[in-house]
Design a protein around this ligand. Structure first.
Ligand SMILES: NC(=O)c1ccc[n+]([C@@H]2O[C@H](COP(=O)([O-])OP(=O)(O)OC[C@H]3O[C@@H](n4cnc5c(N)ncnc54)[C@H](OP(=O)(O)O)[C@@H]3O)[C@@H](O)[C@H]2O)c1
Length: 363
């Protein structure tokens, strides 16, 4: 019996993994490739969302000025240091469109002053969403907001501050409610700084990183839930392969990402039990070519990172389609997760031997 389970469970895992990783290839215009598994209201919504996304992709390039305005925002002109409003210039970039899926939607993106968050802001701007961006560096946020308005955002504003401050999450949600009267999507993406190195024994750093990378995500989601329940909206949590598989040199960071999986995967189940139609998408990312990631790990990890622009679009897509998890880049992340369930020790040993250990700095 034990042997049977040992063989059957990995086989079942492999079959399921194959099914899910081949699923996007099954998508075709006007028909949802996941239709077979649709049944619940949430799944139905995901299929409708998928059809909408496909329509958006096929309409890419079409200009539309008839965008929807959110409650309390029609024609509002942003004022004050943290505000910006749409100027509605057509974007010359390939993704510019009258996006159906996110056009006029009210979206918060945290950690939007650089990297993947900045790229998500630009994609959402091209899709003509209303944007509220957060990070610490005001000057960077101002530039990103300006660019978003040039790209066609329905409106764009920011709030600057550190997410280790307990009052910021509520302040951000108050701003969304006062400005828009609601919220459709919350994208949790920011991270505090953490070195790629042996654990130094600095417990204070772990505590602070937990506040920034985990507790603030919980606080933002908690404050957003009443608004998201009303709009039947989405929470998108940007995590990492380090939140599924613990490698060396990332102990504090990895701990915060594992915590996100535990919290949000549990919360997702509770929402389903309560028949609350708010989706939670957990994004499991591999190595992406953001400046901070390349600076932190390129001397140790010889791999080629995936492009942040594509990664950002995949995150938005997964959220819009109300997917449970995104694995990006799918082949690398998918095969690592599969190997973890089949042979975890082999995976760990392969990971260790692929690092340039001589370049790891001890602090
Ligand atoms: N790049 C990768 O290889 C990779 C791999 C797996 C997962 N991910 C995940 O993808 C997400 C984005 O990563 P990234 O590489 O794009 O990072 P990034 O370029 O370093 O951006 C991090 C963002 O968070 C903000 N931030 C930093 N400390 C903050 C604080 N205390 N309070 C509020 N905001 C703060 C930063 O702006 P300020 O400094 O202005 O505050 C910045 O906007 C993260 O969740 C990360 O874990 C990335």
């Amino acid at each position: 019996m034990g042997l049977l389970l040992k063989v059957l469970i990995p086989l079942l895992g492999a079959a399921l993994a194959l099914y899910f990783y081949s699923a996007p290839g099954n998508f075709s215009e006007g028909e949802c490739g996941r239709r077979k598994s649709c049944g619940s209201t949430a799944r139905g919504a995901a299929c409708a969302a998928h059809r909408g996304w496909k329509r958006w992709q096929s309409q890419s390039g079409r200009e539309g000025r008839d965008r929807e305005e959110p409650q309390g925002q029609r024609g509002a002109a942003g004022t004050g240091k943290s505000r910006g409003t749409r100027r509605g210039t057509a974007s010359p970039e390939p993704c510019a469109s009258s996006a159906e899926m996110l056009r006029g939607k009210r979206v918060i993106v945290t950690g939007a002053s650089s990297g993947i968050g900045e790229q998500m802001a630009y994609h959402l701007a091209r899709m003509e969403a209303h944007l509220l961006l957060t990070a610490r560096t005001e000057a960077r946020l101002q530039k990103v907001v300006e660019r978003c308005l040039e790209l066609g955002a329905a409106s764009a504003r920011y709030i600057s501050g550190s997410m280790d401050s307990p009052s910021l999450p509520e302040e951000v949600l108050r701003e969304a409610e006062n400005t828009w009267g609601g919220l459709d999507m919350l994208i949790l993406n920011h991270i505090g700084q953490s070195g790629f190195t042996f654990f130094s024994g600095d417990v204070g750093h772990v505590r602070k990183l937990m506040e920034t990378n985990f507790v603030s995500y919980v606080a933002l989601a908690t404050a957003a839930l009443p608004l998201l329940k009303e709009s039947e909206g989405s929470i998108v949590v940007v995590s990492s392969i380090a939140g599924k598989i613990a490698g060396p040199f990332t102990a504090p960071y990895s701990a915060t990402k594992f915590a996100l999986d535990g919290f949000f995967s549990s919360l997702r189940q509770e929402l389903i039990i309560d028949k609350v139609n708010v989706s939670i998408t957990l994004c499991i990312l591999g190595y992406i070519n953001t400046e901070s990631a390349v600076r932190a790990v390129s001397h140790v990890i010889p791999d080629t990172p995936s492009p942040k622009e594509e990664c950002a679009l995949e995150i938005i897509r997964a959220g819009a389609l109300r997917r449970r998890e995104l694995h990006y880049p799918a082949p690398a992340v998918g095969s690592m997760l599969l190997l973890r369930s089949l042979a975890p020790e082999l995976l760990e040993s392969l990971a260790r031997s692929s690092y340039r250990l001589e370049n790891v700095r001890r602090t």
